[in-house]
Ligand binder design. Structure first.
Ligand code: AGP
Length: 605
């Protein structure tokens, strides 16, 4: 969603901030803006559309100069995408400029009270109340004013502020929205995520909720709402700038698909000790729980569906799944005997955060499976298992999903061992079956050229169905989401046995049905579903396991993937479906890394 960057240094801030905004584009946005400060003057430009539009306007603006400034990419929530609603927002006297991520829930009340005091508002945004409050309450002490107005705000915010009275300083504040400080040599940064400044520094400070920072070229000082200094630890980012760049690939999505063998290895290998799965990060007694609830959104939820089936099968424990955006409305039966597992690539998804809060209110232990280190979800959970997939830039998750699935496999085996459901021999066998997944993923990528050809054949379809049974059905959900989010082609995933209960009415001549047939104990069942759709004129693209000869007589086209343990096939079989979505979208000239209306991390409910 929105992205923010702030910079204070000794060089030209314009190019650094504009470059940072380009690196934040992947988060999804509809307008962008920049404000720079020189001495006691702040100038800004902002515009709808791509950062490239902003770059053109900013570069030709001679007044836009300075060694410190703030920038923003906006994903509209309150008010349409327009120049006036774009950030930064500036006070009418030019004293303050601010950028904001998040939502001010009580903005309507604040706005009314300020209007009653004679203040005029220019935009439709919730954000403008912040700059107007700053201007109204400012008494020359910026830190005191920031702390005061923060106590009046309800909701979430990551805030970047320029104040004309403090040349060279940028100010930041945070509650429930990500904000990270980058510490360089003679220059410092803040941003909503590290990718904005990773090419300049890898040393970061995590700002926590309720904290404020004053950042100059040479100093970062963090303080609380009582203006007491807080000593913060620096940490070093382990990944390299190349990980956040395309490295010759046309799209981040393709690069990230190709990175999956390495990402799986990074997730799995450090957690195998003496041939057994081991989780140093989990200090829980599995015998305490009578059920597991897995909750997440989108692809992370679909990874959870795979996890549900595998954990239940191996642990013989009730495992339920619930989309995080719905969980809190159901007054769910959660208590201290429920282990709640949340899954999130970004660690910032608002609905998932709300689900964690619901679970904690009901006294459950929360285990989070997260990719982004130091993210809100990682901090909120009682235990965090990092997927170590490296930065994922494309909006459509690929390596994020497969590494989540791998963690869930490992958790299933680990928990089954702790519960005494499997003996040591079986535990070692299953651990080995997980250990070979990176190699299986690597071999699956060899299908790239063949999948591309199939995408050339099928890309003009108006609607595509995905069918499968049991674990294959869970993979269909993800395969179908991948296709629709980047190619805008209507698609549905169906449990193959459910088709005949209604949806088969939509199967007609030429309809493409992608049939996932990798769970071999149910092969005959899915073949009979294939025959049912073929009898109604469908074209069938089947995904099956190497060595399956039967399938060729049933399907129009077949993709064969390498065999792995039947419980662990999802991490392999999803790969051709990701590639299929990618090439179909490419043939349809879609903006693959930044699909319309979507954002990388969904920080609003
Ligand atoms: C995946 O391709 C989607 N863009 C989306 O469904 C995503 O998985 C979902 O929004 C959850 O995000 P998270 O993993 O960062 O919490």
């Amino acid at each position: 969603m929105c992205g923010i960057i702030g910079f204070s240094g000794k060089t030209d801030a314009k190019s650094i901030i504009l470059d940072g905004l380009k690196r934040l584009e992947y988060r999804g946005y509809d307008s962008a803006g920049i404000a720079l400060q020189k001495d006691n003057t702040i100038n800004m430009v902002k515009t709808t559309g791509k950062v490239d539009n902003l770059v053109k306007i900013a570069e030709s603006n001679k007044n836009l100069v300075g060694n410190c400034g703030i920038g923003h990419t906006r994903w509209a929530t309150h008010g349409v995408p327009s120049d006036v609603n774009a950030h930064p927002h500036m006070s009418s006297d030019g004293k303050f400029a601010i950028v904001h991520n998040g939502i001010i829930e009580n903005h309507a009340e604040i706005k009314k009270s300020l209007i009653d005091k004679g203040i005029k508002f220019l935009s439709e945004t919730d954000t403008e109340v912040i700059v107007q409050l700053l201007d109204y309450y400012y008494d020359g002490d910026i830190k005191k004013t920031l702390a005061k107005i923060s106590s009046m705000l309800e909701g979430s915010y990551a805030l970047g502020v320029l104040c004309a009275d403090f040349p060279g300083s940028i100010f930041a504040a945070k509650v429930s929205s990500p904000l990270i400080i980058g510490v360089g040599a003679g220059e410092n940064y803040f941003a909503s995520d590290i990718t904005a400044f990773i090419s300049h520094t890898k040393n970061v400070i995590d700002l926590d909720d309720g904290e404020f920072a004053e950042i100059t070229a040479d100093r970062v000082s963090v303080f609380d709402h009582n203006l007491r200094d807080i000593k913060k630890e620096e940490r070093k980012i382990t990944w390299d700038v190349a990980a956040a760049e395309k490295s010759g690939y046309e799209h981040f999505m393709l690069k990230e698909i190709m990175e999956q063998p390495g990402a799986l290895k990074a997730t799995i290998e450090p957690r195998i000790k003496d041939g057994r799965v081991s989780f140093d990060e989990l200090n829980i007694d599995m015998k305490k729980y009578d059920r597991i609830l897995i909750t997440a959104c989108g692809s992370a939820y679909y990874a959870g569906c795979v996890g549900r089936d595998v954990i239940e099968k191996l642990c013989r424990l009730h495992v339920h799944t619930e989309v995080a955006s719905e969980l809190r409305y159901r007054d769910p039966m959660i208590d201290e005997k429920t282990l709640v597992m949340v899954i999130s690539q970004s660690g910032e998804t608002a609905d998932t955060i709300a689900a964690i809060k619901e679970a904690k209110n009901k006294n459950a232990d929360v285990v989070a499976i997260v990719n982004v280190v130091g993210s809100t979800i990682a901090k909120l959970a009682d235990y965090t298992i990092y997927t170590w997939a490296g930065p994922e830039i494309a909006v459509a998750t690929t390596k994020g999903y497969t590494t989540q699935v791998a963690v869930l496999y490992m958790f299933a085996v680990w928990a089954a061992g702790k519960l005494g459901r499997i003996d040591d021999k079986k535990l070692k066998e299953l651990t080995n079956d997980i250990k070979i997944l990176p190699e299986r993923a690597q071999r699956t990528l060899d299908l790239n050229t063949r999948v591309k050809k199939l995408a050339d054949k099928y890309y003009s379809k108006q609607s595509i169905f995905f069918i499968g049974r049991y674990l294959d059905y869970a993979v269909c959900l993800e395969g179908s989401l991948k296709l629709k989010e980047i190619s805008y082609i209507h698609s549905e995933a169906y449990a193959a046995g459910e088709l005949k209960h209604g949806t088969i009415a939509l199967i007609e001549d030429g309809r493409l049905v992608v049939s996932v047939c990798c769970y071999e104990p149910l092969l005959d069942k899915i073949i009979s579903n294939i025959q049912q759709v073929k009898a109604r004129g469908a074209q069938v693209l089947a995904l099956a396991i190497e060595g399956n000869k039967k399938i060729f007589a049933e399907a129009d086209d077949v993709l064969l993937v390498p065999k792995a343990n039947e419980l662990f096939m999802a991490a392999v079989e999803i790969i051709p479906l990701q590639l299929f979505a990618y090439y179909v979208a490419k043939n349809n000239h879609c903006d693959i890394d930044k699909p319309k209306n979507l954002a990388k991390s969904v920080t609003v409910e």
